[in-house]
Design a protein around this ligand. Sequence first.
Ligand SMILES: *[C@@H]1O[C@H](CO)[C@@H](O)[C@H](O)[C@H]1NC(C)=O
Ligand SMILES: *[C@@H]1O[C@H](CO)[C@@H](O)[C@H](O)[C@H]1NC(C)=O
Ligand SMILES: *[C@@H]1O[C@H](CO)[C@@H](O)[C@H](O)[C@H]1NC(C)=O
Ligand SMILES: *[C@@H]1O[C@H](CO)[C@@H](O)[C@H](O)[C@H]1NC(C)=O
Ligand SMILES: *[C@@H]1O[C@H](CO)[C@@H](O)[C@H](O)[C@H]1NC(C)=O
Ligand SMILES: *[C@@H]1O[C@H](CO)[C@@H](O)[C@H](O)[C@H]1NC(C)=O
Ligand SMILES: *[C@@H]1O[C@H](CO)[C@@H](O)[C@H](O)[C@H]1NC(C)=O
Ligand SMILES: *[C@@H]1O[C@H](CO)[C@@H](O)[C@H](O)[C@H]1NC(C)=O
Ligand SMILES: *[C@@H]1O[C@H](CO)[C@@H](O)[C@H](O)[C@H]1NC(C)=O
Ligand SMILES: *[C@@H]1O[C@H](CO)[C@@H](O)[C@H](O)[C@H]1NC(C)=O
Length: 829
Amino acid sequence: MTPLCRAKAMGWLPALLVATLAYAQGQAPGAPPPPSAFDPLQYVDQLIGASNGGNVFPGATVPYGVAKAVADTDSGSNQGGFTLDGASVTGFSALHDSGTGGEPSLGNFPLFAYNACADDDVNRCAFPKRTRARFGRFANDTVKARPGYFAIALNNGPRVEMTATHHTALFRFNFSKSDQGQKPLILQDLTDLSNSRQDNATVHVDGATGRVTGDGVFAPSFGQGRYTAYFCTDFHGSQIADSGIFVDSRASADVKELKISKGINGYPLPGGAFVRFVNADNPVLARVGLSFISKEQACSNAEKEIPNFDFDKHAKDASDAWREKLSPIVIDTKGVNASFATNFYSGIYRTMVNPQNYTGENPLWGGSEPYFDSFYCIWDLFRSQFPFLTLVDPNAVEQMVRSLISTYEHDGWLPDCRMSFNRGYTQGGSNADNVLADVFIKGIKGGIDWDKGYEAVKKDAEVEPYDWCCHGRGGIDSWKELGYIPVQDFDFRGFGTMTRSISRTLEYAYNDFCISQLAGGLGKKSDQEKYIASSGNWKNLYRADQPSAFPNGTDTGFTGFFQPKYLNQTWGYQNPLNCSNIDDKSVCSLQNNGPETFESSIWEYGFFVPHAHAELINLYGGPDGFVRRLDYLHDRGITYIGNEPAFLTVFQYHYAGRPALSALRSHFYIPKFFAPTPPGLPGNDDSGAMGSFLAFSMMGLFPNPGQDVYLIIPPYFESVNITHPTTGKTARVRNINFDPSYKNIYIQSATLDGKRYDKNWIDHSFFTEGKELVLTLGSKESKWGTTVRDRPPTLGRYSDTNGTRSARDVGDAGGSLAYRSFFGPGSAR
Ligand SMILES: *[C@@H]1O[C@H](CO)[C@@H](O)[C@H](O)[C@H]1NC(C)=O
Ligand SMILES: *[C@@H]1O[C@H](CO)[C@@H](O)[C@H](O)[C@H]1NC(C)=O
Ligand SMILES: *[C@@H]1O[C@H](CO)[C@@H](O)[C@H](O)[C@H]1NC(C)=O
Ligand SMILES: *[C@@H]1O[C@H](CO)[C@@H](O)[C@H](O)[C@H]1NC(C)=O
Ligand SMILES: *[C@@H]1O[C@H](CO)[C@@H](O)[C@H](O)[C@H]1NC(C)=O
Ligand SMILES: *[C@@H]1O[C@H](CO)[C@@H](O)[C@H](O)[C@H]1NC(C)=O
Ligand SMILES: *[C@@H]1O[C@H](CO)[C@@H](O)[C@H](O)[C@H]1NC(C)=O
Ligand SMILES: *[C@@H]1O[C@H](CO)[C@@H](O)[C@H](O)[C@H]1NC(C)=O
Ligand SMILES: *[C@@H]1O[C@H](CO)[C@@H](O)[C@H](O)[C@H]1NC(C)=O
Ligand SMILES: *[C@@H]1O[C@H](CO)[C@@H](O)[C@H](O)[C@H]1NC(C)=O
């Protein structure tokens, strides 16, 4: 997703102008790799996306971890906690999301620390978040981030390091002796990043041990409802001098317990606890256990996971956990600027920061199924992040899908977005359908109840929820009767934001195609045909005579666009360029007066027919017309690569038999729009969606999610080895004539396991069976992968002419014959 405000408002454009930024990190961009054994962690830079609206979480965590420790700043773009944009630190907290838009997520119960309060008078320390920010200045070069570790030094405060286990953060504060006093103080504040705390948060500090426990009720950042979080903090390393609570700007060691109201004027009343230590001689460790169940569970999580406060051990364990996750992918870095390796592995790293594994912490329902959270949002994640995890961590994906299905069982619906145990806002279709189909056709079974999964996706297609704001689909009566979502629909069954009629139609159509894939795989033939048929509903909004002109009246030269249609089947109108990257006026998110496309233009949505490229290409005047239009979309800056609908458009040239142009387009965007620097991401990372786009693009295999298809371009490295975690087999892509200056980016010929291979795509068995793809490169586009037989499967039939067929002819071309191509050999089922 992109935030409710336009992504552009967050100032991504200047990123293009910023070359590189000096910032602190282990591996300098461009430095040669060490000669020793290959360690992918040397290429992880967590600070990529830490400014300019990337909103990544750059701190210390383990893969899918609940505990995510970092310094939080008071930046206007602190969705991921920390930012490197000149803002000040206001605390050190241990629950976060990564890359999200919406309101800042989590960031509950931050610690803050002082070397001493003036004259050792506790009331001369600043307690409220707003006033303590002025003690949170830091020098950029004190910031160190590596997997499982984050450190920062406050100019006039302690040096602070942090690491994490699954539910527990461990902070190490190195205090300096202060001439103002001698007792270092650590406070813990009952707040969160978005100041969403509700009534009656509590905190208690134990005078003898210094243990601080508490809880609070907060609001999710892009959804409905509330959630309760609990913490349990213990200190180690120094003797406790005194402790107490604070309210607003005043504190007292005489009071150990506080229950606090929400406060007034939209700013929660500051409140929390503090502990002081006898001197600054030794570092103080603060162990923050977390839970969504109870304070007791927060304490027991902490005691179990970090019994001895051994900072270095846990920092090493966390980095080992990351090394294990990243090691299945090995690149040959020979000759390549190390910044490309950094881009690649940092992208991979970010795919496993979110979603979060909340198994055992779900207060809403019990049972033995896994529970994952922070699907933020599936509209973003289905495109490449889920498919990426399906390759490199199928075990985790199995658990995530079980969690989605279990959410369906207990909440009634699959989510399209979910965070902090709440329903998030649906952005378009019921896109969990796409995830389930993708995972199913890629052969992941394990403990997934696919019958239940099918029941869930079918409900999306058949039953309209009362509140389709947050799951399922709206307009189902119209969808069934008219075959599209009308603009100004008449819908009395359920309620949601009545906008996005074009993008919802296109997404529902693709959702139905994905359901048909599952139906086919489960042997439900009549459902398969039914959903294949409704997957063609996209055609109903195609207006063949619709032109498109720029605001100054100059025509783009293209005719034929999707358009809104009323209930009475007459056309409405939306300018095809509205909500595009060159439209800086329209507001195109979930506003109730929003347009008929979500966060993207009709121009870009004009390519969102991932299952029926043959028909789409014919509508656009054959392969050449399709390519001309796709080039125009990119070259005229109409598309916005910082938002997910752009991802597949980079590679759709394959469907027109022009795989060379996909390679060229990929290099057009990487690294120019994806620099491995803090401001380098073109938009919100959206969990790790941008990261997964980089990972797949640079591996040279890009998925069309929901289909067993990876589109082939040359990897950005001489070779890439991908070892499948469950089969143990290693798939390999190797370039011959590899050119690290990326002039030879055109495939001349290919072999798969030694045999000539002309198709411009491969299927998932490449990874599970560990095949070898060898690509011979040259500096010019070749005939490789260009014929109709070489192109990826599609509904309808490719025609190689620049035909001028009408929409009607094309509609007839789809149907029951063509979809068999999806169920050929090689599909894992
Ligand atoms: C490597 O790439 C970085 C970032 O694009 C660039 O600043 C640097 O000059 C490159 N180094 C070499 C040796 O080309
Ligand atoms: C740290 O980097 C940010 C982002 O470039 C910049 O705004 C800020 O001024 C820098 N701080 C210092 C002390 O240089
Ligand atoms: C803090 O102190 C410990 C123990 O002396 C030391 O190992 C660690 O490196 C110090 N950290 C910083 C950031 O100075
Ligand atoms: C908060 O506490 C007050 C005072 O004890 C009580 O009246 C109120 O019902 C509580 N509110 C909630 C939401 O628990
Ligand atoms: C990739 O695997 C092949 C054998 O499958 C091996 O020879 C090669 O060294 C590996 N490449 C890297 C970069 O490790
Ligand atoms: C998720 O957490 C549960 C409980 O701690 C654990 O059993 C499971 O292996 C975790 N899953 C992943 C993918 O790490
Ligand atoms: C109108 O705007 C388009 C797009 O910005 C530009 O390419 C074109 O040159 C403009 N035409 C005139 C006549 O100004
Ligand atoms: C269809 O409905 C639209 C919107 O209400 C209206 O503008 C249009 O005139 C109607 N067309 C016909 C043919 O009734
Ligand atoms: C297109 O966007 C402009 C700028 O926001 C707006 O004024 C106009 O009404 C929109 N037009 C259509 C037809 O969507
Ligand atoms: C389509 O038309 C273009 C000229 O507009 C021509 O160059 C191209 O060869 C034609 N392609 C096919 C497949 O007929």
